[in-house]
Design a protein around this ligand. Structure first.
Ligand code: PAF
Length: 280
């Protein structure tokens, strides 16, 4: 059954209050729509852990540093609602823009540390936009648990940090990246790839896994990262924005994998920016 779509905050609040009075737990899965199996795995996890599930769909203008990227971001709400009908979703919150950013909106949530470097360095203002909208969605939905994919690993760390720093009473749950059979991490941006680009795209995951295996086998980290960068470019990517080994928790740069670490990459294929990461 298709879940009702709510566009106004008072209607969302009324529904959530009803659930709360009945003693039910509430999960939120924040999305920007263009739902794929990765999002649906979050919805499934949410349904396993909470009595009620809210999926939010809001293409947040504040997190796009590039107006073309915002304009071309896929918007597929009807199809998204149809996909969600196969899952236990109690409501879809697709707020009108003024329900999130009322006229005169002047607040910015900015997380330092984990948001610096990586995507933070290449997309100025992006994580402020994410942190601000996520804070609003947490406060608007008053959910007990929020589900995020590890594909956006830096985003996940930013959200965990802000929830801890601001004492927001919500548990942030990170869920594994869902991949196509050839290793490409599922992403709404994959819809923007041509057939030729789609054939090249799995090279970033292949390069990451090779670098991980080399590092595990004792290779020098700088040399392993350089090899991986070369493989990505040789496969047909136009540029590699970053390819780095970082501490898995605080995202500080690492020269050796002497603690739980993460390899993270962003690379451009034409005008499409793909990101991926794996544990080391
Ligand atoms: O990961 C996303 O889709 C977005 O960054 C999020 C968390 C929904 C905030 O707009």
């Amino acid at each position: 059954m298709t879940a009702p779509i709510i566009r106004k905050l008072p209607a969302l609040r009324a529904e959530v209050s009803r659930w709360r009075r009945a003693g039910e737990s509430v999960a939120v899965v924040p999305t920007m729509g263009a739902l794929h199996a990765g999002h649906l795995s979050l919805v499934e996890a949410a349904g396993r852990e909470c009595d009620r599930v809210i999926v939010t769909i809001f293409v947040n203008p504040r997190q796009f540093n590039n107006p073309d990227d915002l304009a071309s971001y896929p918007r597929t709400e009807d199809e998204d609602a149809r996909k969600l009908a196969d899952y236990r979703v109690d409501l879809i919150y697709a707020p009108d823009a003024d329900q999130v950013y009322r006229p005169g909106f002047s607040t910015n949530v900015s997380v330092s540390g984990v948001s610096e470097g990586l995507c933070g360095a290449h997309r100025p203002g992006h994580f402020d936009g994410v942190a601000t909208v996520v804070t609003k969605l947490f406060l608007q939905t008053q959910a007990d648990k929020a589900f995020f994919g590890e594909k956006d690993y830096q985003q996940l760390q930013v959200v965990k940090r802000l929830v801890s720093d601001l004492d927001i009473p919500i548990q942030v749950v990170g869920c594994p990246t869902v991949r196509d059979g050839d290793g490409l991490a599922l992403s709404s941006r994959n819809l923007l790839l041509s057939a030729g680009q789609r054939a090249i795209a799995p090279a970033i995951h292949a390069a990451l896994t090779e670098a991980r295996d080399a590092i595990r086998a004792g290779a020098d980290v700088t040399a392993a990262l350089e090899d991986a960068r070369r493989r990505i470019l040789d496969a047909g990517f136009d540029s590699v924005e970053y390819l780095e080994l970082r501490d898995a928790a605080d995202l500080k740069p690492l020269a050796a994998a002497d603690r739980p670490a993460r390899l993270l990459v962003a690379a451009m294929l034409g005008s499409v920016r793909l990101i991926d990461n794996i544990a080391v």
